[in-house]
Design a binder for this molecule. Structure first.
Ligand code: ATP
Ligand code: MN
Ligand code: MN
Length: 294
């Protein structure tokens, strides 16, 4: 078994399979996260982290509470878990060594909310999560993303788009000076306006049976929910990565294009997600008011 040590973190069994059916080694996960630490850590820093981990022979599992035996240098924040009815301690992944420590535990997916711990009342962004209908071509997601872009533009806002690394895309709008309830309302209004631009293509229906083959514009991931970070791998064969896309390039994107293997050539040396994200914007009052009626 190949072991290594980086930044004082012991990395074990790097030549072993990462997990069942994933077609990559644990070392390939570690190398991807290490190479992307400089663009992942800025998205994760200060935010209560949830990771999705794998283990050979086990189902993947979402982990919010810090695992027992964490080194004393791993920062955590206490968070009340409504699901678990208790306080959990979530990791704040503020540096490369914490990321490497998580990588060694086969943490594959990195999910964070749009707020920094201690500043829950100051959302840093809103997001629309676009989910294709079962069996649909990715092209319909691209068309639906264009509707969201138009709705944003009509509201005087700008957003950036990334693939989820799984089936759909995420449109992220950095915001400032907006309370959480208003951010959530604005997200609902944007989804409704985007769907109204082409009601045959997109829907805001929460009930699956009501979607009738249309792309679902999910407005509920703003607020205390999470979204997977850009550059995070996903637990799917070959480890596809949530990849930033310039709006102009969206029509030619395929969801599995960027994987831990192709990422070095596809992502370049810079931080395309940071480059694509507009500066934090104020949210128009009429959009908020409209959202509070939904
Ligand atoms: P896909 O393209 O397949 O929809 P996705 O990451 O957008 O991939 P969704 O199910 O649409 O997956 O969920 C959107 C986001 O909501 C996720 O990225 C994740 O951060 C969060 N999320 C969804 N389900 C859970 C869950 N069970 N536990 C914690 N977070 C979740
Ligand atoms: Mn969704
Ligand atoms: Mn989704």
């Amino acid at each position: 078994m190949v072991d290594d040590e980086r930044d004082g973190v012991r990395l074990t069994s790097l030549d072993a399979p990462l997990g069942d059916g994933l077609e990559v080694t644990k070392g390939e996960l570690v190398d991807h996260l290490d190479a992307n630490a400089f663009r992942l850590v800025p998205q994760l820093a200060g935010r209560p982290l949830s990771v999705k981990r794998v283990r050979p022979g086990q189902e993947p599992f979402m982990q919010r509470n810090v695992p027992k035996g964490a080194p004393d240098w791993v920062r955590t924040v206490p968070v009340w878990s409504y699901g678990a009815h208790r306080e959990v301690h979530q990791v704040l992944c503020d540096d490369r060594r914490t990321l490497l420590w998580l990588a060694n535990q086969r943490a594959v997916e990195f999910h964070v909310p749009f707020f920094v711990a201690g500043a829950e009342a100051e959302p840093t962004g809103i997001v629309l999560d676009l989910d294709p209908p079962e069996g649909a071509d990715f092209g319909v997601v691209v068309q639906a993303a264009e509707l969201v872009r138009r709705a944003l533009g009509d509201a005087g806002l700008a957003g950036a788009v990334k693939t989820s690394g799984s089936k759909g895309v995420h449109v992220v709008v950095p915001v400032r000076g907006v309370p959480p309830e208003d951010a959530a309302a604005a997200t609902r209004a944007l989804a409704a306006r985007a769907a109204a631009l082409d009601p045959e293509l997109a829907t805001t229906a929460y009930i699956r049976e009501d979607r009738h083959g249309r792309v679902f514009l999910d407005s509920t991931r703003s607020g205390s929910s999470t979204i997977v970070a850009a550059y995070s791998p996903r637990i799917r064969p070959g480890l596809p990565v949530s990849a930033p896309v310039a709006w102009a390039d969206l029509p030619s994107v395929r969801p599995g294009d960027v994987t831990v293997r192709t990422a070095p050539g596809r992502l370049g040396d810079g931080d395309p997600w940071a480059a694509l994200l507009p500066d934090p914007q104020e949210v128009p009052a009429d959009l908020v008011a409209e959202g509070h009626t939904i």
